[in-house]
Design a protein around this ligand. Sequence first.
Ligand SMILES: C[S@@+](CC[C@H](N)C(=O)[O-])C[C@H]1O[C@@H](n2cnc3c(N)ncnc32)[C@H](O)[C@@H]1O
Length: 419
Amino acid sequence: MNNLLDDYLRIHNTNMNQLSLHSGIPESTIRNINTRPLNKWTLGQIKAISHLLRKDILIVLEELNDYEQLTLIKENEIPVGKYSIENRRYIGSKTKLLPWITTLIKENTKGESFLDIFSGTGTMIKAALEDYDTLIMNDFLYSNEVIYKAFFANEEYSIDKLIEIKEEFQMIKTNKFDDLYMEDNYGNKFFSINDAKIIGEIRERIELKADINKKEKAILIASLLYSADKISNTVGHYDAYRKIKDIEDKFRFELINPIDTADKKIDIYREDANELARKVKADITFVDPPYNSRQYSRFYHVLEVLTKWDKPPLTGVAMKPPVENVSEYSKVSAPIVFENLINNLSTNYIVVTYNNTYNPKSSSSRNKITHEEIIQILNKKGKTQVFEKPYRYFNSGKTDLKDHKEMVFITEVNRNECS
Ligand SMILES: C[S@@+](CC[C@H](N)C(=O)[O-])C[C@H]1O[C@@H](n2cnc3c(N)ncnc32)[C@H](O)[C@@H]1O
């Protein structure tokens, strides 16, 4: 089933219900649009979306078109369940820009191995899969690592077994093996009380299953993360939840669709990017660091807690765990760590993405490294080309940048600099 509208609205932190309320189009019609390919949508419907998102209609059309193309590429997906790797809200995700970025990479670089050193959602590796023999991915978050293992790790798993477990999980009505950790901490905050209970129960049962291998366990945890994230009572991250009196029960456990990587070498790391840079080599390295002071480990803390499942004490209004994985890229030291990373990479081409969010109203959206600093650092390594795409910034309302631009820098590393 096509899910283009639902997915597109979700990555803009809204949904089909909001579109219906905003435009007056009945929800049944909107659900119907969601099942149809883009070329069957009417101009009026696209105008309504553009109005809701406060984005130019041509940009909406271009993005929808790119996103449809991207999500139609399902040849390398194994259709086990409901969620493709792209079906996720994630700050700084380049998913919508991948058709543009991968074309630039193909036209301006060559090689057989590809490293994505800040992989985030991991969608870049899916888009790059057919062009390289070796693909290396890395992110310091535990939740991202388990998602990569679930989608990409080259290990056996039984689809029948996973479907049987999914059916077991979908029947769960309350907690039997788990304690009250989820309900007490997240109930009526990030999830309804009952959904929190069920999510905890499923996570505990995954932990207790003795007859699953590592890949099956990763698939089950990633499926739980995708299913929980889909219905969480947030604007897309867990820095805060919406203040709602009685949150509705919406949770349903669905499986992810793993990716066929059978003839590929896939290496998955959960390391600090600057440390990993000293250990691995790749022909092409993709560098998409955090841009601003927002710490990913604090924004996705609920997914981290669900993945690690060591039940730490949670504090504050947003019920956060003890601090870990604080990124230097989100601090004033960003230009220094960036230069250190670039200098330590063993690679022939460096591809950096960054956006020109220089003067936003909210200081947490302000860039930590400037365009000039990036150019200066990259130019020391080799000839650097800069590509720009006008792109309206997604944000929760505070920052509205008319001239927001997404940039790609491609550096061909000087021969004497290559290892
Ligand atoms: C801009 S996002 C990458 C988005 C990704 N390209 C995508 O399209 O989904 C930056 C990522 O870097 C990770 N990160 C931040 N600092 C890191 C560090 N020092 N080492 C490794 N990963 C880091 C964050 O967890 C986040 O997922």
